[in-house]
Design a protein around this ligand. Structure first.
Ligand code: GLA
Length: 699
């Protein structure tokens, strides 16, 4: 039954097979990634069991099936559920072979009753303690099969006092860090939104032994590379072991798979630390900068975005005046946001024009090219906003192609933000979306940055392109279609930077990030709220990928707004002309300071020192090559209290300076590493929305 397959090369076993080709020797398979190791073994019947995850020993016996399929014994949440060509709903997986190529391990499984094959893939990254896990499913049955569940990865953590942390919220309220003990029963963290899928929950989790701690304790992180609906199930089985299953949400998404076609799940990134979330984060940030993000080791420009400065209300002269303001402050890049396009139904608000991507001749009579040229002449790069997946019904595009939208036959169209989603399962629509960007970028080579937005989720998932039988493919095909478009844009315009946005943080997975240079985490830019949002993002996203803009939202003091935004990739959404003289002078100085510390912020290691959740102060340290920047914030009043720093050389002496002050910088003189590590850095009493920033440089 098994087809031709690679030869088995498991560890610690002599090859021993049943007459059906099942590997029946007890073979241990180790996936080693530095301090993180996953261990599996084949049992005497050739089933694959998970033995351990990090320091946690998995359940023994049948509870420890590595990738449990439904219908032949497994009665809990399955990783895989298949309807075979003959209607049989059961699957039994046995090991056929184990392959190792460098840090990639493939475990080949098959069903002895069917020509049905599953490959479990593990790519280890020893430098970061990270393992990427995914699954490929294929068959040669005489007819189509249906995949009703198809997880990327399944782990068993064994018994322990585990806690689960999720990152949930809503528009303008993203990434709340919510932790709870894992009790008996099942907890599902999922999205069914299809598009803008992370509006209510990011596809990231932490599982820790006891409450997650920054400096100690065992903790596992999981992050799914999927911009659509996802599902993490966390189940404490009756025998008390904890099972994690992670992947695309199969809800309404059964996949009909013809013989010979491979269905590959998205990757799940697992990372592990035995020394708390701090080390875990620093490893994940290095991994993201080096293995996920585009140009993750290149410093990012300081950006002026006109969105909160003008919303839809601008014209050519206004935009050019914003350039002058940006330049005078020392900024490097200008991004023209929503509202620059459409003529039949001009984009004067969010109610019309989306989909018609030609410059609006009233606002911009000379087009986009001239803006890019003027920006360039003034020494600024130029960027442009797009939302290529969406359309307003009041647009020439919709009038011409009403069938291109996602909708349910016979139902009244349900709008969100007055718009509909284009059906990216349809190749014509994908071509259109690619051309929107490709044509604009070709026509105006001066555009070196785009903001890729996506402002609604699916409520009526139906496609006029897909067959009746394959309607359930829509959510998965949409995301694959999106990645095809993004891949083409990346290949055709490799030097154009991309900000990934989705009404704020609605698309924050590593797959989306792999096409981009950063994410816009939230439309909430009030710094007192942003502290919390950036704190949540910081577990999975490095500062270089976390766009953080100074705005007028909340009318907070400008120093507080800058101090918060400067711990990420700094930008502003402000009309410089509307700043007071004092604010202007401060903004200019802060931008200059950011240029000095940018490398430390964007490439450094993050130490979360004091959580805003416990208050009254939040503080962060970023460190690169023994140079540090420390941020302290108070959303309420906080008394003066020293702050112990991390990662300094106790033997060295450091020159400490408070920067970003409304008056002159303050020199705190030389302080020994030992003192900064133990008695700490003196922080003033801070009033509501008070903050301080320090530079700590080795002498
Ligand atoms: C979304 C984005 C904003 C802005 C608007 C424009 O809400 O998150 O930053 O670009 O769209 O319509």
């Amino acid at each position: 039954m098994p087809s031709s397959t690679p030869s088995a090369s498991g560890q610690n076993s002599a090859e021993s097979r049943s007459s059906q080709g099942i590997l029946v020797a007890e073979t241990v398979i180790k996936i080693e990634a530095g301090d993180f190791e996953l261990q599996f073994k084949t049992d005497e019947s050739g089933r694959l069991l998970i033995l351990s995850c990090g320091a946690w020993n998995s359940a023994s016996g049948p509870d420890g099936w590595a990738y449990p399929p439904s219908g032949d014994g497994w009665v809990f949440e399955p990783a895989l559920s298949v309807v075979h060509h003959d209607g049989n709903r059961s699957t039994d997986l046995r090991v056929e072979a184990i392959e190792k190529e460098g840090h990639l391990t493939t475990i080949h499984l098959f069903d002895p009753l069917y020509a049905f094959f599953v490959k479990l893939k593990f790519q280890a990254f020893p430098a970061y303690g990270v393992i990427e896990a995914w699954t490929e499913i294929q068959h040669q049955e005489p007819g189509e099969i249906t995949l009703e569940a198809y997880a990327s990865s399944s782990l068993d953590l064994g018994e322990g006092s585990f806690h689960l942390t999720q990152f949930c919220g809503d528009w303008a309220d993203e990434a709340h860090v919510v932790e709870e003990p894992i009790n008996r029963g099942i907890k599902i963290i999922d999205s069914k939104l299809g598009v803008r899928a992370h509006q209510f929950t990011a596809p990231w989790i932490l599982v820790s032994n006891g409450p997650a701690q920054e400096e100690s304790g065992e903790v596992l992180a999981g992050s799914l590379w999927w911009s659509g609906s996802f599902k993490f199930s966390v189940e404490k089985l009756p025998m008390n072991s904890v099972r994690l299953i992670a992947g695309i949400n199969p809800f309404g998404s059964a996949i009909n798979l013809p013989a010979g076609e491979i269905f590959a799940t998205p990757k799940m990134t697992w990372a592990w630390s035995a020394t708390g979330t701090g080390d875990l984060t620093r490893n994940l940030h290095r991994y993201v900068r080096n293995e996920v993000l585009r140009e993750g080791n290149t410093e990012r420009a300081i950006l002026l975005n006109n969105w909160e400065a003008t919303y839809f209300d601008f014209d050519e002269a206004k935009v050019i005046s914003l350039f002058d303001g940006a330049k005078a402050l020392g900024m490097e890049l200008f991004l023209l946001d929503d509202g620059w396009f459409a003529n039949k139904h001009p984009r004067s608000g969010d109610h019309q024009g989306l989909g018609d991507w030609e410059p609006n001749t009233e606002k911009l009579p000379n087009g986009i090219g001239i803006l890019a040229d003027v920006a360039q002449k003034k020494g600024l790069r130029f960027g442009l906003w797009f939302e290529p997946e969406m359309v307003n019904p009041k647009s020439a595009l919709f009038e011409e192609h009403p069938d291109w939208v996602i909708k349910q036959p016979g139902r009244e169209l349900e709008l969100q933000r007055n718009q509909l989603t284009l059906d990216l399962s349809n190749p014509d629509v994908r071509e259109f979306a690619f051309k929107v960007l490709d044509s604009a970028l070709k026509e105006t080579p001066g555009i070196s940055y785009i903001k890729w937005d996506c402002n609604r989720y699916l409520t009526q998932p139906g496609s006029t392109y897909l067959s009746k039988k394959n309607q359930t493919h829509l959510q998965v095909d949409y995301v694959h279609g999106l990645y095809e478009v993004m891949e083409r844009v990346k290949a055709a315009h490799p030097n154009v930077e991309i900000m990934m946005c989705s009404g704020g943080g609605g698309r924050v997975d590593y797959a989306a990030l792999s096409f981009a240079h950063e994410v816009w985490p939230s439309d909430m830019t009030d710094p007192s709220r942003r502290i919390f949002i950036q704190w949540g993002f910081s577990y999975f996203m490095p500062a270089i990928a976390t766009a953080a803009h100074v705005t007028k939202m909340g009318e907070r003091p400008i120093k507080f707004a800058f101090d918060v935004a400067m711990s990420g990739r700094l930008g502003m959404d402000v009309d410089a002309e509307k700043l007071t003289l004092e604010e202007h002078a401060f903004a200019k100085k802060a931008i200059q300071n950011y240029k000095q510390i940018r490398e430390i912020i964007q490439m450094g290691d993050l130490y979360r020192l004091e959580s805003p959740y416990t208050g009254p102060r939040a503080s962060l340290q970023l460190t690169l090559n023994n140079r540090s920047v420390v941020f302290a914030y108070a959303t309420d009043g906080a008394p003066s209290q020293n702050l112990s720093l991390r990662a300094l050389d106790p033997e060295a002496s450091y020159q400490v300076r408070e920067i970003n002050r409304l008056d002159e910088d303050r020199d705190l003189g030389f302080i020994s590493g030992k003192e900064l590590l133990t008695s700490g850095l003196p922080i003033d009493a801070l009033g509501t929305f008070g903050s301080q920033v320090f530079e700590v440089l080795p002498y």
